[in-house]
Design a protein around this ligand. Structure first.
Ligand SMILES: CC(C)(COP(=O)(O)OP(=O)(O)OC[C@H]1O[C@@H](n2cnc3c(N)ncnc32)[C@H](O)[C@@H]1OP(=O)(O)O)[C@@H](O)C(=O)NCCC(=O)NCCS
Length: 145
């Protein structure tokens, strides 16, 4: 992800969430030495366009995925899986042992995506989103296929 992508990223983010990240959240992560941000492109009417992104942290062999979003209209085409596989491969190559993330209990699409990648449900954080509990999921790399 580059600074020039931010306007499109914010559009996708605002469309996707009730409480979207705002520009300052992304700006903070650009400055954060442990943060990594990637985008994925899709094709719409013959033209390549930014279709999604991922933000994660890596600290001492542990990764935390903070945000993965695919633009509505590009979903269910394998882009989320592609992006996750890409960053998981990078993490593995960089000796990350465990990957954590939080997901809303009701977010079936995300839960199914993470289960497909062999993330396991670890525990719940009550009212993490204010109105809803989060499920903390963990991937241990020696279990990753
Ligand atoms: C979750 C999200 C990133 C998935 O991205 P995607 O590109 O649509 O997912 P993919 O097409 O790569 O799907 C991979 C697998 O995930 C699961 N999956 C994805 N969307 C699903 C849905 N709506 N219902 C059930 N399973 C779903 C399926 O197992 C799917 O494999 P399949 O298509 O062979 O059945 C996308 O739905 C999204 O951006 N949602 C809004 C933002 C969000 O909730 N982010 C996650 C926050 S924790």
């Amino acid at each position: 992800m580059a600074e020039k992508d931010i306007d499109l990223v914010l559009e996708i983010e605002t469309e996707a969430y009730d409480r979207p990240w705002v520009r300052e959240h992304f700006d903070r992560e650009f400055e954060n030495p442990i943060a990594y941000m990637y985008t994925v492109k899709g094709t719409f009417e013959g033209r390549e366009t930014l279709a999604g992104y991922i933000v994660f942290w890596v600290v001492y062999g542990e990764a935390h995925i903070l945000n993965i979003t695919i633009k509505d209209g590009f979903r269910r085409q394998g882009l989320g899986l592609y992006l996750m596989l890409h960053v998981l491969d990078m993490m593995k190559a960089n000796r990350v042992d465990d990957v954590f993330l939080e997901v809303r209990k009701s977010n079936r699409a995300a839960l199914e995506l993470y289960r497909k990648l062999n993330f396991k449900e670890s525990y719940e954080r009550k009212k993490y989103y204010g109105d809803e509990d989060a499920i903390v999921m963990r991937l241990v790399f020696n279990e990753y296929i």
